[in-house]
Design a protein around this ligand. Structure first.
Ligand SMILES: Nc1ncnc2c1ncn2[C@@H]1O[C@H](COP(=O)(O)OP(=O)(O)OP(=O)(O)O)[C@@H](O)[C@H]1O
Length: 661
């Protein structure tokens, strides 16, 4: 029979080199990876067989079997799942398809020790076999194919692998690892059982091993030994984790299950496991991760929800089951009502799916509220109270690094806050709940910790609005000229520095009856907070200043839609504002960078009649230059660039020279 040689894809070779040449911190994870692949292969067969029962070839008892041979030093993992054709074996085992492995390779640092620790945390799928084996043989046949279409795939974990056609009566895949000398601990039934219990207990299929029994030695005085009986016994619980009663599942088991789902190496921040009954029945197990994946902001990032129907796996990334702004959530939904042959298209239209999606959304928001409450509650009693109220939810798990319960929400918000904000525009029904979960830095707090409710609680007497400013960064927000009056009067202003903020705020006009007002939009109306005397003085100044304003308007007619005197500035000569309902300069810049069309609206230039520079205007022989400098500086102060930077520099230099002459 002909054998063909193939080279591994470059990334695979890189992973294999690392796996075989570096120390590894956690060798046993290879078993988790291989058993999980075997279980996936069985799930795939079960799914395909829904429409094509013949694929079972009269053997519908799906299972994974693990056996070992001490003499030959081999360990074998065999499943009767979907199997692979020759081409599939070449493609699947010679290139990297899986996202977890791709992320793994992207995080490699080149430092062998750090990288090998990464392997332990991530797992590198099939290739983790080479952590313990110096050669790996895969024999497989795809379900439904003829016995003559079997395949043997062999590799020593170097640059290439060999493939040949074989006869294989059994459907599915057998992976034989020839263990290295330093991995002989895995030639032991107890060891294997304990590893499987740790990592693969939640798998819904039976994982079986050959039964062993203690046998006394025939000759007296000789030690007895464990001998194989030839029977298979199931060594895991073999019922899917989410189908078990909550009281029978430990935190460690929930966390392990999450890691398997997400390929995340950190424990989740919180999870919630519920059996939902009523018009639509389903089991829901949802997790909030502690760290954001790298692709969180790519447009087609899907929710990590696996859909099962009556325990049969249907699909990964069932994005119809959660709104896109909760795409960071991982979990499993097992529906009792959906048809087994449900497709993605059908999912979009199903009423049951809508009910599940609403239920999931409410549940995730409730978990977040619980974390947020724990962050606000100052004493430990209050925190326990919150946790006790809903025993189904677990937000208390010590394993999430050293995070205290009260720190988790801030951690969550740093990672996912910007995504949550998308919900303001996406989920009308839950807008208020989402708004309550938002946090910002402000003139009163450098950390992102102020919610609208906190803000309201410390509003000044007579204050009628919640004030905020959008900017590119915290420091840009902090030094915005628009804040000057607010700072002087001690009125708190929220800093919104995420790209999504201005768009998101377009959907929120008020919080709990109090209007939200950008300090860079429309007129400043501090209502009762403005001193009557100040107001009068300002009006008089403006009146006196009218002729200068007219000249400024004329000089800047191509740049500014209007020029007005303002009381909002204290130390700065001028700032830009836009009219209510218009997009800010900051958002316009963001949109332009993203290549989007931006309506060409001119801002209003507001000038501070009390500022010495502005006072000089009237008598200045260089009125025009000064006017342009004022405008360009206002653009610079909000993080923009003058339309003609060179002209700006020229004008400023001319002024400087004039001043020094
Ligand atoms: N026992 C098996 N039976 C059938 N196909 C398998 C088996 N093991 C691996 N494969 C195939 O090889 C591919 C690569 O496996 P690998 O473990 O590297 O990544 P993966 O399983 O796709 O990743 P993930 O764990 O993210 O789903 C699998 O997607 C699957 O198509």
């Amino acid at each position: 029979m002909s054998t063909t040689k193939h080279s591994f894809q470059a990334e695979v070779a890189q992973v294999l080199h690392l796996v075989t040449h570096s120390l590894y911190s956690n060798p046993e994870i290879f078993l988790r990876e291989l058993v999980s692949n075997a279980a996936d292969a069985c799930d795939k067969l079960r799914f395909e067989a829904l429409n094509q029962a013949a694929l079972y070839e009269n053997d519908a008892d799906l299972r994974v079997r693990i056996s070992f041979d001490e003499k030959a030093k081999t360990l074998t993992i065999e499943d009767n799942g979907i199997g692979m054709s020759q081409q599939e074996a070449i493609d699947n085992l010679g290139t990297i398809a899986k996202s977890g492995t791709r992320e793994f390779t992207s995080r490699l640092t080149g430092d062998a020790k750090a990288d090998s620790q990464l392997i332990g945390q991530f797992g590198v799928g099939f290739y983790s076999a080479f952590i313990v084996a110096d050669s790996v043989t895969v024999e497989t046949r795809r379900a439904g194919a003829a016995a003559s279409e079997g395949v043997r795939w062999i590799s020593r974990g170097t640059g290439d692998f060999e493939v040949e056609a074989i006869e294989r009566a059994a459907r599915g895949t057998r992976i034989t690892l020839h263990l290295r000398d330093d991995a002989s601990e895995f030639l032991n039934g107890w060891k294997l059982k304990s590893v499987i219990n740790k990592y693969s207990d939640h798998i819904s299929l039976p994982v079986q091993m050959e039964k062993q029994e203690w046998k006394e030695a025939e000759e007296e005085g000789q030690p007895g030994a464990m001998v194989k009986t030839g029977e298979w016994e199931t060594i895991n619980q073999a019922n899917a984790l989410w189908t078990r009663a909550k009281k029978d599942i430990s935190s460690e088991q929930y966390i392990e299950f999450y890691k398997g789902l997400s390929h995340d190496f950190a424990a989740p921040l919180a999870w919630s496991h519920n059996k939902v009954e009523g018009a639509t029945e389903y089991t829901q197990l949802l997790y909030i991760p502690a760290t954001a994946p790298q692709d969180l902001f790519t447009r087609d990032k899907q929710a990590g929800i696996k859909l099962y129907v009556k325990r049969v796996f249907i699909m990964n990334e069932a994005d119809a089951l959660l709104p896109s702004y909760l795409r960071f959530v991982f979990g499993v939904i097992d529906s009792a009502d959906l048809p087994l042959n449900v497709s993605r298209e059908l999912l979009q239209e199903s009423r049951d799916v809508r009910a599940i999606r609403d239920g999931n959304t409410r549940r995730v928001l409730a978990m977040l509220e619980q974390l947020a409450n724990a962050a606000t509650a100052s004493d430990a009693d209050a925190i326990t109270d919150v946790a006790d109220k809903n025993e189904a939810d677990n937000t208390e798990n010590d394993e999430t690094g050293a995070l205290k319960e009260s720190e988790k929400y801030a951690h969550f918000y740093r990672e996912f806050g910007a995504v949550l904000k998308e919900g303001l525009g996406e989920d009308f029904a839950n807008r208020e709940r989402i708004a309550k979960l938002l946090r910002y830095a402000s003139t009163a707090s450098d950390t992102v910790s102020v919610g609208f409710a906190d803000y309201k609680a410390r509003m000044k007497d007579g204050q009628k609005a919640i004030y905020y400013i959008t900017a590119d960064s915290l420091s840009a927000a902090q030094s915005s000229p628009q804040l000057e009056l607010f700072k002087k009067k001690g009125i708190e202003v929220l800093f919104m520095t995420d790209r999504v903020d201005e768009w998101a705020m377009g959907f929120v006009n008020e919080f709990d009856g109090t209007p939200l007002q950008s300090v860079a939009k429309g007129a400043v109306d501090l209502g009762d907070l403005q001193d009557e005397q100040e107001r009068k003085a300002a009006e008089e100044a403006a009146e006196h200043f009218k002729p200068v304003l007219e000249r400024l308007k004329q000089a800047l007619k191509d740049q500014a839609s209007d020029v007005q005197a303002t009381t909002r500035l204290v130390d700065s000569p001028a700032c830009l504002v836009v009219k209510d309902g218009q997009i800010s300069g900051q958002l316009a810049r963001l949109l332009k960078q993203a290549g989007q069309a931006v309506p060409d609206t001119k801002p209003v230039l507001e000038v501070n009649p009390e500022h010495p520079l502005v006072k000089q205007l009237e008598a200045s022989p260089q009125f025009d230059d000064l006017a342009h400098i004022l405008f360009d500086q206002a653009v610079l102060a909000e993080g923009g660039l003058p339309t003609d930077p060179a002209a700006y520099v020229k004008r400023v230099n001319a002024m400087l020279l004039g001043a020094s002459a």
